[in-house]
Design a protein around this ligand. Structure first.
Ligand code: NAP
Ligand code: GLV
Length: 325
């Protein structure tokens, strides 16, 4: 870095929490779209051109076209742990380091997972909507009857950082915890490892916490939902496309699954007010906000910038994404 050759960091969003409090070394400059603006693919390429670093979120696609448009890029830093929006092969070919923010968002995302579980199983959206509409009538012992959460069995699919944080919360609820993961996990006194079908059959609540990869795309379809069954709840804070949304809607409508909660969708954002995903009474929906707390997003921004500044200083970035396997 020198006055002659500034190190330019392109932010895909102006509003990454905490960004303005980060002290930048001399010679490092930030460029960003105006507050509230989100670039499309072409605008992101335009933004990244001439920059050495690009800071992105989950909706930003980073691919060979972008690397071609921004030949000076040395690092792409995700303000996210999931990296399915980045073409890692293209990054490797372009010689660009890709970093992410593991760990710092696990508790916030696990908290939100529990919000989905409680809201879905206890029918809390119905209850709030009814009350807001003035519909709280005389006591009806059948009104808003949900199903227990405490004391039931939770199955975590993908027992990584977030999955384990979900497991710890479940233990506090007196739940029996099962887990299914790609590779064996050390015994933690909380979860028992089982195969996927056994997990689906035995669990009252199933939480999806896998990354989106070719193996996890469509992991949960009609057959798997039927294994969970009519008293079961499925929640996902993983990625859209891990659950077959049409199969999920059909299972809910036909009473083959009690309830569900989704923070992530095959196509985001879900904008069409007529989208059936927004109108299924037993489906709780959130707009991809697993990590959306001030503290967590600030920690993610700082971590992303630490990675960028390490590369700017000619050091190894601390949080390079693991290779896909
Ligand atoms: P992580 O620590 O890497 O955990 C993912 C776990 O899934 C790992 O244990 C991994 O196994 C396992 N896994 C991978 N492929 C699998 C497969 N085919 N079958 C079974 N298990 C599989 O990641 P994390 O930090 O917990 O995050 C998980 C995902 O959550 C992210 O990739 C992201 O997509 C999503 N996420 C969403 C939000 C949100 O706002 N909704 C926020 C944060 C993250 P190994 O141990 O063998 O690798
Ligand atoms: C959010 O979805 C993340 O992967 O961090």
């Amino acid at each position: 870095m020198s006055a002659q050759s500034p190190f330019r960091i392109a932010l895909s969003r102006r509003g990454f929490p905490g960004i303005d409090e980060i002290a930048l070394p001399d010679g490092v400059e930030l460029v960003a779209p105006p507050e509230g603006e989100a670039p499309d693919d072409a605008a992101l390429r335009h933004l990244a051109a001439g920059c050495q670093a690009l800071v992105v979120g989950t909706p930003d696609r980073v691919d060979a076209e972008l690397f071609a448009a921004a030949p000076e890029l040395r690092v792409v830093a995700l303000v996210a742990v999931g990296f399915d929006n980045v073409d890692l092969d293209a990054a490797r070919e372009a010689g660009v380091v890709v970093t992410h923010t593991p760990g710092v968002l696990s508790d916030a995302t696990a908290d939100l997972t529990f919000a989905l579980i409680l809201m879905a199983r206890r029918r809390l959206v119905d209850a709030t909507d009814t009350m807001r509409a003035g519909g709280w009538g005389p006591f009806d012992p059948q009104a808003f009857l949900g199903l227990d959460v405490g004391g039931t069995t939770l199955g975590v699919v993908g027992y990584g950082s977030i999955g384990q944080a979900v497991g710890r919360r479940a233990a506090g609820f007196g739940m029996t915890v099962l887990q299914h993961s790609r590779s064996p996990k050390p015994e933690d006194g909380i979860a028992t490892a089982v195969d996927l079908d056994e997990l689906l059959e035995r669990s009252d609540v199933v939480s999806l916490n896998v990354p989106r990869t070719p193996e996890t795309a469509g992991l949960i379809g009609a057959r798997e939902l039927d294994l969970i069954g009519p008293r079961g709840t499925l929640v996902s804070t993983a990625r859209g496309g891990v659950v077959d949304e049409n199969a999920l809607l059909a299972a809910l409508r036909e009473g083959r699954l009690h309830s569900a909660g989704l923070d992530v969708f095959a196509t985001e954002p879900v904008r069409d007010p007529a989208d059936p995903l927004l109108h299924e009474p037993r489906l709780v929906v959130f707009p991809h906000i697993g990590s959306a707390t001030v503290e967590t997003r600030t920690a993610m921004t700082r971590m992303a910038l630490r990675n960028v500044l390490a590369v700017a200083a000619g050091e190894d970035a601390p949080n390079v994404v693991p290779p896909l396997r």
